[in-house]
Design a protein around this ligand. Sequence first.
Ligand code: M6R
Length: 364
Amino acid sequence: DKGNYRHFMLKEIHEQPIVVAQTLGSYLRAVEEQVALPAMDADLSRISRVVIVACGTASYVGLIGKYWIERFARIPVEVDVASEFRYRDPVLDPSMLGIVVSQSGETADTLAALRHMKSAGLTTAGIVNVPSSSMAREVDLLLPTHAGPEIGVASTKAFTCQLAVMASLATMLARLRGLLSAADEAEIVRHLGEAPAAINAALAHDADIEAIGRRIMGARDVLYLGRGADYPLAMEGALKLKEISYIHAEGYAAGEMKHGPIALIDEHVPLIVIAPSGPWFEKTISNMHEAAARGAQVILISDARGIADAGEGPIATIEMPEVHPLIAPIVYSVPVQLLAYHVAVAKGTDVDQPRNLAKSVTVE
Ligand code: M6R
């Protein structure tokens, strides 16, 4: 049931404050200001490396997880798309933790990757939304997302819930390694706890985003830039736009732009710059200026401080609440999803059932 919403996708975007809160509710102990994971047999304090495998949107959760786990827990992380993982004969050993991320829990390549990890003796964990799915049953440690059923083919609420779990896991691994003081953990828990309200604040910009969507709907190509943990979100934005509006889009690490894609830039190319104020802001904005100087139609997604500091260049801005860099990828998912949604609606495509795509890809 779509309720009062025109599409399942829009309904699911708007459910995010609730489902992210629900998901975090099972991983955060608010009173103790600690993260908590479901009980498991394996000892996560001793793992040597992490490998994260997933497809599509879920794979971007893996890439963001790499930034978080390496930063907080100082454990090396590799991320693979599931269709490549087995066939490159990865170097695996039982001291590693293998993580799969999947909304459906049935994606053929991801399931095969999970079985490959298990046969190599890895401890496995799964960030999975469907509790009765094959992956949920087969992993050693099930880390459920509580997004509820996701009907729209474009993944939205599952993605932000997966990020919430990934952030909790990174925090737990950091604590188990003795790298996190109680005060630092309490601070992370507080920031994660702020995510649902910040998502709500982001949703309030729906009308501005709709107007920007109408401005860029005629584009043939759209580029997305981000840096650090916001770089995979640029790829997620591009995937979302491709998938439902059929506009060609690419997500790039902001600093990579001048190594090739800048050649594409002219006044017909919208450039979506994801740049919350924080550690990577200045550098990303200087990349934004390089593109604006070449005529790019820059749309800057930042907070009030960032928008003020960015100065001239953007043709439009989308203002987000000011948030801690840890939760920025969660909160900035909202404008990225809404932009793709509104462009698709303006173009009149079938938003919930885009052509050629299946909700769950159960063949290789
Ligand atoms: O069910 P899964 O999370 O394993 O699905 C993985 C991808 O097929 C999925 O995320 C796909 O990329 C989405 N349609 C993206 O919106």
